[in-house]
Design a protein around this ligand. Structure first.
Ligand code: NAD
Ligand code: TYD
Length: 355
């Protein structure tokens, strides 16, 4: 079996569902169920013995020691993190706690577990750390996309905390020989995405007839990957990646934010027309994010060349599936938009003036 941390969040839940379907191998899922964790994402595995859920924190060493001793996983995949840049600007402390201290505690517990394995199990054991392209900083318009050798230049409290965790993972390999793998992926989108991030926020706001808040000029560029393609990349790296190596994962799909918002509006105009007029009427340019990175782009040629992975979805196919999913799951959307969600919307958007 494998241990997945953060498996009730957006990517983690997609990964757990995908893993059980693709491999049938049991998953032990450790998640602290912060605002971003939602067991409803895993409802289809409720009575499935291949999914065991444990409510707990990756910074809890005693819990980790017990879980590792009881379940003896052959691999650990670490998704658990605070993941939202805007929240990291309003409150960086939780990001240091989970992303830095939590990863440190997890690495130490996993190292002790790994050292106690017999030689064969120790050789095949893997610790896969799920990271982001944001650790590389911001690109100029004509710069080549990030390769794995790009210097780390994180600019937000979120990306700095992820960079710190990547460095710890690297050092645990270099110093202790722990067989680690790191993936640095671009922006994901797809089912179960919490509506604080750009794509799900735009879909749910448009459907509610609310403004679509585009930061600054909307010309910031991100690379977008359909979440199921990220899951297949992680499975590939876990199976065939070389310990100590890092792999950039991306969709070959750079787009400015305003273009993403316009595509969502156009799809909604087609799939759920609003009698009040085209959804693009709701676009509002608002005060920019402080320190906003202008452009991320991923060169995903190493993972293709060395491991044979390429994304299956284009942006056009992936975004259509995503909009369809949100249209088909109004109850999920309603339930995640709890009181705490409304508090966040006030914190992040009330102070932004419109341009
Ligand atoms: P998310 O915020 O949706 O989910 C994070 C999950 O981790 C939640 O279920 C939460 O409850 C859990 N968690 C938080 N703190 C914890 C702790 N201390 N102990 C145990 N569980 C804890 O995040 P996501 O978008 O699914 O991202 C997952 C991982 O992928 C993160 O490490 C993130 O940095 C990375 N990543 C995300 C993206 C993206 O576009 N979302 C892109 C590249 C990399
Ligand atoms: P986000 O989904 O928060 O991901 P990240 O900051 O990790 O890339 O944001 C994606 C882009 O969309 C980013 O450039 C910020 C921008 N954005 C908006 O313009 N408006 C919004 O309301 C949000 C949440 C993001």
């Amino acid at each position: 079996m494998i241990l997945v941390t953060g498996g009730a969040g957006f990517i983690g839940a997609n990964f757990v569902l995908d893993w059980v379907e693709a491999t049938g191998e049991p998953v032990l899922n450790l998640d602290a169920l912060t605002y971003a964790g939602n067991l409803e994402n895993l409802a289809s595995l409720k009575d499935d013995p291949r999914h065991v859920f444990v409510h707990g924190d990756i910074a809890d060493r005693a819990l980790l020691d017990r879980l590792l001793a009881d379940h003896r996983p052959r691999a650990v995949v670490n998704f658990a993190a605070e993941s939202h840049v805007d929240r990291s600007i309003h409150g960086p402390g939780a990001f240091i706690k989970t992303n830095v201290e939590g990863t440190f505690t997890l690495l130490e517990a996993v190292r002790a577990h790994w050292l106690a394995l017999d030689a064969a199990a120790r050789a095949s054991f893997r610790f896969l750390h799920v990271s982001t392209d944001e650790v590389y900083g911001s690109l100029g318009p004509g710069d080549p996309p990030f390769r794995e050798t790009h210097p780390y230049e994180p600019n937000s409290p979120y990306s700095a905390s992820k960079a710190a965790s990547d460095h710890l993972v690297r050092a645990w390999h270099h110093t202790y020989g722990l067989p680690v793998l790191t993936t640095n992926c671009s922006n994901n989108y797809g089912p179960y995405h919490f509506p604080e991030k750009l794509i799900p926020l735009m879909i749910v706001n448009a459907l509610a007839g609310k403004p679509l808040p585009v930061y600054g000029d909307g010309m910031q560029v991100r690379d977008w990957l359909y979440v199921k393609d990220h899951c297949s990349a992680i499975r590939t790296v876990l199976e065939r990646g070389q310990p100590g190596q890092t792999y950039n994962v991306g969709g070959w799909n750079e787009k400015p934010n305003i273009e993403i918002v316009r595509s969502i509006c156009a799809l909604l105009d087609e799939m759920r027309p609003d009698p009040a007029g085209p959804y693009a009427r709701l676009v509002k340019h608002v005060t920019d994010r402080p320190g906003h990175d202008r452009r991320y782009a991923i060169d995903a040629s190493r993972i293709e060349r060395e491991l044979g992975w390429r994304p299956a979805e284009t942006f056009e196919t992936g975004i259509r599936k995503t909009v369809r999913w949100y249209l088909d799951h109004p109850d999920w959307v309603a339930r995640v938009q709890s009181g705490a969600y409304r508090d966040w919307v006030d914190t992040n958007y009330a102070g932004r003036s419109t341009a």
